[in-house]
Design a protein around this ligand. Structure first.
Ligand SMILES: Cc1cc2nc3c(=O)[nH]c(=O)nc-3n(C[C@H](O)[C@H](O)[C@H](O)COP(=O)(O)OP(=O)(O)OC[C@H]3O[C@@H](n4cnc5c(N)ncnc54)[C@H](O)[C@@H]3O)c2cc1C
Length: 406
């Protein structure tokens, strides 16, 4: 194996998996795993779901038991930030004043919440949700009767809305476009809009936020159409941006994140980038993208570990994602970009159905609500030579499982 020491910056889903997979692949050298956060590496998805609802405490969050890092000889350094990369000497300078040398460096720095650039966004009572501290702060305040304004109806905004209404809070969601508009079909977007209205959420669609007003803390969210929404609490969930400052400062090519090739190598072959921070050539779509999902973080980590173990393969894993909103479990296999035909399988009125999206006649994406079987089948059909027509997909009598198994 060519690299003797691998340094990984960021101990989220991608960084931790990269360290674990390197050992699984037989890498025997030094592994240093740097985390700017002080908590043992943890899962982010529950932060807007079970953890926010109070159904899971902090003990349910860790990605791996602490002992595992020791057993696997992974030098996990908590609360230590990488501040500069010296590519000439192949060293990373750390926030504690020390530095660490690498033969190979993996950037797994994730993403951070996009800032809502309006007056009043820094007032007390305005929150974002990315880490344990954010989730704890929101959870401590969410309560019956509280007026919560959620800015952004993406996955996280809607998961927060479902939790808030579930706890008896009065949630209003402000969204400039349509719910989950970037990620799902119009059919699914409309379905979730009605479902959230039934949970008790109110929506202001097609408007943005002009300002957040209040004396000491947020009291009113002023919309771009002039309406003022009274708020005890505001949660801003307007998406994330890649955490790529370290890479930019080191002169690595960056665009929508750290630019990597199909092997996830940056413009410096001694440095790879994976997970939410990586802008990679997406084989299924034929153009570059950056994905924000656990599947992508974990699969990219495995891909880099295999390459460093001498088994290079281009990254082309099927993208999949999940979101829990109230009693609705949304599972998505594939990506909806460029889909020209959508068909529905099952009946939305039963709250268990799927939408099948086709790009130039080929199945590209399946979105399933409370129908895990369709999702499992989709994962075995999309991107393969198996053929499925829109008519077959929409026909409840068509045996999807048989096609998937074949
Ligand atoms: C509330 C919430 C709910 C989510 N729900 C889902 C879901 O249901 N399904 C799903 O698939 N995905 C979900 N996601 C997205 C998913 O969590 C991310 O895609 C995933 O965490 C990406 O992993 P990552 O390792 O690339 O980045 P991250 O998990 O963000 O980890 C990056 C780590 O790097 C650290 N770091 C950054 N810079 C430095 C530095 N210079 N030095 C040291 N450390 C540094 C950061 O502090 C962070 O700990 C959710 C995300 C959030 C926030």
């Amino acid at each position: 194996m060519p690299s003797n020491s691998v340094v990984i910056v960021g101990a989220g889903h991608a960084g931790v998996q990269a360290a674990a997979s390197l050992r699984e692949e037989g890498f025997d050298g030094e592994i240093v795993l740097l985390s700017a956060e002080r908590d043992l590496p943890y899962q982010r998805p529950p932060l807007s779901k079970a953890f926010l609802k109070g159904e899971m405490d902090i003990h349910g969050l860790p990605l791996r038991a602490e002992a595992l890092f020791r057993e696997q000889r992974i030098d996990l350094r908590l609360g230590v930030r990488a501040v500069r990369i010296d590519r000439t000497s192949q060293r990373v300078e750390l926030s504690d004043g020390s530095s660490v040398r690498y033969d190979h460096l993996i950037l797994a720095t994730g993403a951070r919440q996009r800032r809502l650039d309006v007056p009043g966004v820094d007032l007390l009572g305005v929150f974002v949700l990315r880490d344990i501290a954010d989730a704890t702060a929101i959870r401590e305040r969410l309560s019956r009767g509280l007026k919560v304004v959620i800015v952004g109806a993406g996955f996280i905004g809607l998961e927060i809305a479902a939790t808030a209404t579930g706890l008896g809070a009065e949630a209003t969601v402000v969204e400039i476009a349509r719910p989950m508009g970037r990620a799902v079909s119009p059919i699914m977007s409309d379905f979730f809009l009605s479902a959230h209205a039934a949970f008790g959420a109110r929506f202001r669609l097609g408007v943005g936020v002009a300002a957040i007003k209040g004396r000491e803390r947020a009291e009113t969210v002023v919309l771009t159409d002039g309406e003022g929404l009274s708020a005890d609490m505001v949660v801003v969930a307007v998406g994330v941006v890649a955490e790529d400052a370290l890479a930019r400062d080191a002169g690595l090519e960056c665009a929508n994140g750290v630019v990597v090739d199909e092997f996830l190598r940056t413009s410096d072959p001694a440095i790879s980038a994976i997970g939410d921070c990586a802008d990679f050539p997406n084989a299924a779509l034929g153009f570059r993208t950056r994905l924000e999902s656990v599947q992508n973080a974990v699969d990219q980590a495995r891909c880099v570990a295999a390459r460093l173990a001498g088994k290079p393969e281009p990254y082309d894993a099927l993208a999949w994602f999940w979101s829990d909103q109230g009693d609705l479990k949304l599972l998505i296999a594939g990506l909806s970009h460029g889909v020209d035909t959508w068909v529905v399988r099952g009946d939305p009125a039963t709250r268990a159905f799927s939408t099948f999206g086709f790009r130039a006649g080929k199945l590209a994406v399946v979105e399933s609500v409370n129908r895990a079987g369709d999702h499992a089948a989709a994962k075995r059909i999309i991107g393969t030579t198996k053929t499925l027509t829109p008519k077959e997909a929409a026909d409840p009598a068509f045996d999807l499982r048989a096609l998937a198994k074949w």
